[in-house]
Design a binder for this molecule. Structure first.
Ligand code: GDP
Ligand code: MG
Length: 194
């Protein structure tokens, strides 16, 4: 897909601020710094539309990016942010869970993990939220540029084995630094927004 006119639309801190035009939503989920905002920028070919690197003060907001009036990328708050208090982490967890459970517009969840590491305990917790939401999702093993090219596919498969031993959830490598990975992800997105 060639994106022509991506627009940042709204940072929502409560449901009333969510868009109400019924466009499907593709949601980015993953721990802080895993690359959710960078993913959006890479897919839409804009260096800085989505704001990268996390801001501890603004954890409980959803950022909606309108992609050519076809769908939204929704940037969820990251979890596992070390500077966040336990209490705040619980609140962020509830905020995310509520959105995933109740938002009818969600058509696909993109679950990002870091290809360089085994999934963390927070990743497993979040994975369970996503599974329990019953929504379609895929796993992206991000920052693939950080490991040897020859190891990328096997490492992504290994991450899938850990999170999804049954092997029914599409799992692909990704890198915001390297366009070659975006085409396969676009294919899956296009299947879900139509
Ligand atoms: N090498 C590399 N760095 C990345 C990649 N994706 C994100 N980053 C970097 O990781 C940091 C966090 O990215 P960001 O998109 O803000 O993560 P978010 O907190 O999940 O939204 C930034 O310094 C990015 O430049 C990637 O695919 N490869
Ligand atoms: Mg971000």
């Amino acid at each position: 897909m060639i994106v022509k006119n991506p627009q940042f639309e709204v940072s929502a801190v409560n449901k009333k601020q969510y868009p109400n035009n019924g466009l499907p939503e593709v949601v980015l989920v993953g721990k802080s710094n895993v690359g959710k905002s960078s993913f959006i920028n890479t897919m839409i070919n804009r260096k800085k539309l989505a704001r990268t690197s996390s801001e501890p003060g603004k954890t409980r907001q959803l950022n909606f990016y309108n992609i050519d009036n076809l769908f939204y990328f929704v940037d969820l708050p990251g979890y596992g942010f070390s500077k966040m208090s336990k209490q705040e982490q619980v609140k962020v967890g509830e905020f995310i869970e509520d959105y995933l459970k109740n938002r009818k517009e969600i058509c696909l969840i993109i679950f990002l993990v870091d290809i360089r590491h085994d999934p963390t305990s927070n990743d497993y917790l979040m994975y369970d939220y996503v599974v329990r939401s019953g929504l379609p999702f895929m796993i992206l093993a991000n920052k693939a540029d950080k490991i040897a090219k020859t190891k990328v596919n096997d490492t992504a498969k290994n991450i899938q084995k850990q999170l999804n031993p049954i092997g029914d959830i599409p799992t692909l490598p990704f890198s915001s630094e390297n366009k070659i990975y975006s085409d396969d992800v676009w294919k899956i997105i296009e299947e879900h927004i139509n």
